[in-house]
Design a protein around this ligand. Structure first.
Ligand code: ZN
Length: 335
């Protein structure tokens, strides 16, 4: 068995790749060490009357602090060092870093989220290279790849602020997202606009000081294209009048209950034949396709109901997102 300074040396080599300002040492001792306490005390050169486990931990922390010049933090260390004498292992894990960013999508036909593998239902199989996800381009995949590299991390979890259709564009400043970077080796990063594959751009990003709250509401502006066999423009104007500043009732299938969101404004932009374009400003959480089509009456009232004629979003260009911004009051979502 090696003594503590040798162990500390091994730890220093392992921690070299990590960026951190504070650390904590934890130990898992095998029963032999505890049983042969007296022998171990002399071997490890540990004095004092505290239990052997805390003595070793304390001593080791002090030696490491002398070597790396970082702060010992038992509360929220950036790096956790776990010494397991049973398996002669040193396990390192670092505290998550949280990022807020904005993305733009300039190409249609790209999913926002990764799609679960249909073969194995995300269990992992040969078809999906044991990832559980289909090999399709997605915004999620691109952001994850980018952040993995930036922070030298293996796992990135993204929280979305609303979602768009596969065939939607996200334009201008883009849509916000939050990401949790688990056990990163790097903790600092400079961001600038970054073009990814498939017309996806990370417009901006910043590191947050703490875990973000992601349940506050947002407002978005979308350009909606829909088809309807309306001859009379006056009837379309009826939508403007009716939906301006109106509460919409939405039925959530998952939660099996209703919630309310507001349409702030709606403007008719263009009508070409059967194709009508409107500019919609509304609170996040309204399913735009269902607002237009009235499908399953999950969104009430809806365009179909008010116009009393079949309406459906354009399949190729259903709606494009012009902006998504947080509600200033940080209104919590009521669902
Ligand atoms: Zn699979």
């Amino acid at each position: 068995m090696e003594n503590l300074s040798k162990l500390a040396k091994r730890i220093m080599i392992k921690t070299e790749k990590f960026e951190y300002s504070s650390f904590m040492v934890g130990t898992i001792l095998d029963s032999e060490i505890i049983e042969r306490e007296d022998v171990v005390r002399s071997e490890f050169k540990v004095k004092g009357g505290e239990p052997i486990k805390s003595e070793i931990t304390k001593e080791l922390s002090k030696i490491i602090r002398r070597k790396n010049g970082k702060v010992i933090s038992l509360n929220k260390p950036e790096l956790n060092i776990l010494v397991n004498t049973l398996f002669d292992e040193i396990e390192l894990s670092s505290r998550s870093v949280f990022v807020k960013g904005m993305y733009v999508k300039n190409k249609r036909g790209i999913n926002q989220k990764k799609q679960r593998c249909k073969q194995c239902k995300s269990e992992g199989c040969k078809n999906c290279n044991f990832s559980g996800f289909m090999k399709l381009p997605s915004v999620e995949n691109e952001i994850q790849k980018y952040l993995k590299k930036k922070f030298n991390a293996n796992e990135i979890k993204i929280s979305w602020i609303g979602s768009e259709d596969q065939n939607s564009l996200v334009r201008y400043k883009g849509r916000p997202f939050f990401a949790e970077i688990s056990s990163p080796m790097k903790r600092k990063a400079l961001f600038r606009e970054k073009k990814m594959n498939h017309g996806i751009i990370i417009k901006s990003a910043e590191i947050l000081r703490k875990r973000p709250t992601i349940d506050h509401g947002f407002i978005m502006k979308a350009k909606v294209n829909f088809e309807s066999n309306i001859k009379d423009e006056k009837r379309i104007k009826k939508i403007e009048k009716y939906f301006n500043d109106r509460d919409i009732s939405i039925y959530s299938m998952n939660k099996r209950k209703y919630f309310t969101r507001k349409i702030i404004s709606i403007r008719m932009k263009k009508k070409e034949g059967n194709r009508i374009t409107v500019e919609l400003v509304c609170e996040g959480g309204i399913n735009i396709k269902k607002l237009v089509s009235g499908e399953n009456e999950q969104v009430e009232p809806n365009f179909r109901k008010i116009l009393r004629i079949k309406c459906s979003v354009d399949k190729e260009k259903p709606f494009d997102i012009h902006y998504v911004k947080f509600q200033e009051s940080e209104k919590k979502l009521k669902t």
